[in-house]
Design a protein around this ligand. Sequence first.
Ligand SMILES: [Zn+2]
Length: 261
Amino acid sequence: MLKLFMLNVHPIPAFTDNYIWAIVYGNSSVVVDPGDSSPVFDFLKSNNLDLESILITHHHFDHTGGMLDLAKKYNCPVYGPTGDHIDGLTNKVSEGDEITILNFKFKVFETPGHTLDHIAYFHSSDKGSYLFCGDTLFSGGCGRLFEGTAEDMFTSLNKFISLPEETLVFCAHEYTQSNLKFALSVNPSNLDLIKYSKEVDELRSNSEITLPSNIGLEKKINPFFLLNDKEILKSSEQFIGEKISNSMESLAAIRSMKDSF
Ligand SMILES: [Zn+2]
């Protein structure tokens, strides 16, 4: 019954492990982070769809590379973060803004950490809750801190923790399996994590997608959502060789551990 009311969201695989998400409504669609235009053109043509608008989460090329071609061809608006460093945005949005695409309202969160300009798009209604989080949150992990600090990422992830548990999380990369290998190394006795890892291994052995995830699941298995877990704290204290006194330090330690995993 629930499925009838759900938003219609499709993954368009791009490059080696990116997903460009397409939200489809009737004959129209919106794509999130089109790093490459050709798989999107193919998807739209084969499904006979128009492109109503494009959503961008951050400036990295694997999220923006196809945007200009698509916007030109479909003459559609491109939403993205404020600042002057992404060419071709027509609608710049920031924290708390609400936009309507395909008749659905999406709220904008600013989520710096991976990049300083990073934003996420969130929809919640009787059709369910949907989060398009770019490279901020991954299943079992979070984005690398290329531009922001651990404090930025901590604040950003906290915005997601308070969303409804059933919120579907549409991450931009198929990183789940490698994230879970790391998660198991710092949190080996987490039974939910062990169970989920087996499910993911099974999916990946058949080259199947592991997304979307959901907030309730991430709260049980994602080390970046379990910063006060005793086992994770112990692993990170061992790694940095000193006592950790707050969640931010814990996040910084786990993130640098993951960087060298
Ligand atoms: Zn990125």
